[in-house]
Design a protein around this ligand. Structure first.
Ligand SMILES: [Ca+2]
Length: 83
């Protein structure tokens, strides 16, 4: 009879910890998606600010969709950082 009151708080802490871990994981996924601008679907480039140039990123010849906030595709052919 003495063990039951001691076990209950531990059980609640474990449940709380699991819930927080799930919450934390969901937040991390949401942040990762926000950091990838939809104008560059094949690579992950965060939206400005700051404004990035091709020299600031490792990617070359990647798909660019408008509005292209970083202006990686200066000639508007849908391919960014060709040079
Ligand atoms: Ca281009």
């Amino acid at each position: 009879m003495r063990f039951k009151p001691m076990l209950q708080p531990i059980h609640k802490i474990l449940l709380l910890g699991g819930g927080l871990a799930l919450l934390g994981g969901g937040t991390l996924v949401a942040q990762a998606q926000q950091d990838c601008d939809a104008s560059y679907p094949t690579v992950c480039i965060p939206p400005p600010p700051p404004d990035l140039d091709c020299g600031d990123i490792p990617h070359r010849r990647f798909e660019v969709r408008q509005p292209d906030p970083h202006r990686f595709d200066g000639d508007f052919d849908g391919i960014g950082c060709e040079k």
